[in-house]
Design a protein around this ligand. Structure first.
Ligand SMILES: [Zn+2]
Length: 213
């Protein structure tokens, strides 16, 4: 009798575990834990100096690739799931960003299946700073040069390391849902160096949805 109960309990446990797995298509935010590093977009004041000091950074890359340009997902199936300066992107001077995901089924809405692990590309040249497991940005990448900085948040995986130099179009990572995120997407930020400080600007002014019908 006892052995039957044990077998039935095990069976139920396996069933429940599988049901749970099927339900969770997108990650749920459970709050920061002790392992997470707090991060703020205005941190890393030294990065621009590092970029300036990098031998060969100035004048490197194709003309015009200093300024961020184009869609970091490089896909015509890109959809914007949250706009600039609204919701979690407010106030814009701190959290200004757009959220991008992929519509792989053509119904005009983002879907997790097409979005998970979609490649992310640098939109300009610069030096890389990687911050794993940060709050609220999860796995985060900065690309910084002397005039521009772009931020890429919630990555599943990095394809670059801190101190690495990237050109516009280089692969930097893959879409995930790490940090404060309710599902897989890329949170994309553009910053401009003006009057001695980084100023957050709307990525749509930098072609972030170019090529999307
Ligand atoms: Zn976002």
């Amino acid at each position: 009798m006892v052995i039957f109960l044990v077998i039935i309990s095990l069976g139920l446990f396996v069933l429940l575990a599988n049901a749970g797995n099927n339900e969770v298509r997108t990650s749920r935010w459970l709050g920061p834990n002790d392992a997470m590093q707090p991060m703020h977009p205005l941190d890393e004041p030294g990065l621009r100096g590092e970029a300036l000091a990098q031998p060969g950074l100035r004048g490197r890359g194709l003309p015009g690739t200093e300024r961020p340009n184009g869609n970091p997902l490089r896909s015509p199936h890109t959809v914007m799931t949250q706009g600039y300066g609204v919701g979690t992107h407010a106030p814009a001077e701190v959290w200004g960003a757009i959220d991008l995901a992929i519509d792989s089924t053509g119904d005009g809405r983002a879907d997790p299946e097409g979005t998970w692990n979609h490649p992310i590309y640098a939109t300009h040249h610069g030096i890389v700073k990687v911050t794993p497991n940060s709050y609220p940005a999860g796995n985060h990448v900065w690309v910084t040069n002397d005039a521009y900085r772009t931020g890429y948040a919630h990555l599943a995986e990095f394809a670059v390391t801190t101190g690495q130099f990237v050109e516009a179009g280089d692969l930097i990572g893959f879409i995930g849902s790490t940090g404060m995120s309710s599902g897989p997407h890329l949170d994309y930020q553009v910053w401009v160096w003006e009057h001695g400080r980084w100023v957050n600007v709307n990525p749509l002014g930098f072609g972030a949805l170019d090529g999307v019908p």
